[in-house]
Design a protein around this ligand. Sequence first.
Ligand SMILES: Nc1ccn([C@@H]2O[C@H](COP(=O)(O)OP(=O)(O)OP(=O)(O)O)[C@@H](O)[C@H]2O)c(=O)n1
Ligand SMILES: C[C@](O)(CO)[C@H](O)COP(=O)(O)O
Length: 246
Amino acid sequence: MSEKKHPLPAGVGVVVVAAGSGQRLGQGIPKARVLCGGRTLLQRSLDAVIASGVATHVVVVLPQDDAVLAAVVSDAARRTGGPAIVAVTGGTTRTASVRAGLDALPPPTAVVLVHDAARALTPPDVFRRVAEAVAAGAPAVIPVLPVVDTVKVVDGDVVTATPDRGGLRAVQTPQGFDAAALRAAHAAGGPADPAVTDDAMLMEAHGATVRVVEGDPLAFKITTPLDLVVAEAVLARDPAASRIAG
Ligand SMILES: Nc1ccn([C@@H]2O[C@H](COP(=O)(O)OP(=O)(O)OP(=O)(O)O)[C@@H](O)[C@H]2O)c(=O)n1
Ligand SMILES: C[C@](O)(CO)[C@H](O)COP(=O)(O)O
């Protein structure tokens, strides 16, 4: 998976979805507010977006009336000499939150990257790799890693198949898109369908070719308490683990 460098267009928007409640992490506060190595997951994610240098506009999608996270966004907006950063309120599904973010991007946006705040240690290089692949002409680009476990298909408690894992990939964010194509796919899809777990699925359903680029182990999603332990351990060992100052 070697990607040729391609100049980025003038309008690259990044939608950072941070409106989830973090039920599986179980800390009783929205996950984006949870501290990891002394900084919130949202701060770490925004640091990576800014450090990547790809964004002209950043829209951060927050839980309703979350003053703590709104302050994180205002602070990032004040500190950066780079992209404009604004906050909007999300919806009850990830897809609805992405759509709220898309609606807030200015019209000249040619390329949009959608990123989970929960992937707080994502290295800036991944943003650039994805953005460059979209700029090179792919309507949809996702970072992936090989699947290391054997995967089974089950029906209840019975295994019905063992897919060839050589053809399977674990999917990460940021996912990058031609902005007009992503808007069209969202307009055609339903924001309330919980079976839609990423934006690439909407693009696939809309008939677009989705290309893959190399992901990064550090772009793992902090979903469960164990993930947070791993993230803390990574930062304790190397505070610049995501290639930005901790
Ligand atoms: N209604 C939602 C649901 C999710 N997200 C965001 O989508 C990303 C991926 O979701 P996940 O990590 O699964 O977060 P939660 O939905 O918060 O987790 P859980 O399912 O455990 O509650 C996260 O950055 C989350 O904030 C969002 O913006 N709006
Ligand atoms: C978008 C995503 O992070 C890609 O791996 C993932 O699909 C989000 O889904 P989840 O149900 O919130 O884990």
